[in-house]
Design a protein around this ligand. Sequence first.
Ligand SMILES: [Zn+2]
Length: 351
Amino acid sequence: MSLSAQIRMALRRGAAEASQYTGLTAQIALRSSPSWKILMYHRITTPQEAGYVLQPGMYVRPKTFERHAAFLAQSHNVVALDELVEMISSGEPVPSRTVALTFDDGWLDNYTHAFPVLRKHKLPATVFLATAFVGSSETLWTDQVARALDLLRKDGEVVRFSQDIKDHENMPSLVVSPINRLVDRPSNQAVGQSVQEVISALQSIAPQQRKETIAALIKLAERRVDLNTERSFINWDEAREMAAEGIRFGCHTHNHLRLTELSSEDMLEEVEFSKQKILSQELKPSKVFCYPEGAWNVETQRVLASDGWKFALGVGKQADLSAEPKLLPRVGIHDDITQTPGMLNFRIWVY
Ligand SMILES: [Zn+2]
């Protein structure tokens, strides 16, 4: 056989093997992809309405959400999360294209924007509450930081602010660098990216240093701009109104703390207190627990199991159905990647 014939044959063999392989991986992918997904929303708002640049992963615009709801109602089997976990634990087959909708934190816009749309399309959903924030005008540290940085930029104070930070003792360089980049980044998208980098940097450092750094950042920002906010979380009356129309509420701790950074006693207190708080408001909490910032480990799982929890949610694809409690995966839904039904469908089933 000539060399060129040998090469042609080898190429053909390679192509056949490649197509077999592709077929096989597609089958594996289909087999391992469950017929159900849990969608994770946070806020239903716009940066304009919120008044500051939001982390891209944190919001879906009301108009996009309306499209999502219409599409899901028409083409999916939307069930309540507690109904889905019943099916999973009983071993009952879950119908194809089943989704459960979840909203983390209990933002006020879940009541003003999401609730009317959910009601219109008769879609069930579960909202995970960090109960200390219900009805208060406090907000999560992540949003305090985002808001401070955006206001500083708008008020033209960011140059002096970044100098203050440079002069500040013990400010981690991981945090300083993205703030410095805000000085010459005018577009909203670029600001969003810097804000995200600052928050990720803060999440990556030790808890005590994070606490001190956030306090220092806020103190420095408060000298320059007014950080007082209006209420951004739902209150208990709104929660009860939603519950009467098929919205369930679940535990997301009391103070929205990363459980992995607490002692076992404090973990249990955060979880139990939030459950009791929901019960005391005549609401029936979901059987599923939701980890703040998706932070879990062997010890958090042990504490939840000892407290009787059978299911827990993280923030991503990571899942372990043999764990106790069962750790369920979620698909993060945010505006920039789900603006059309096709994009949403891709995000849910292909991503
Ligand atoms: Zn959260």
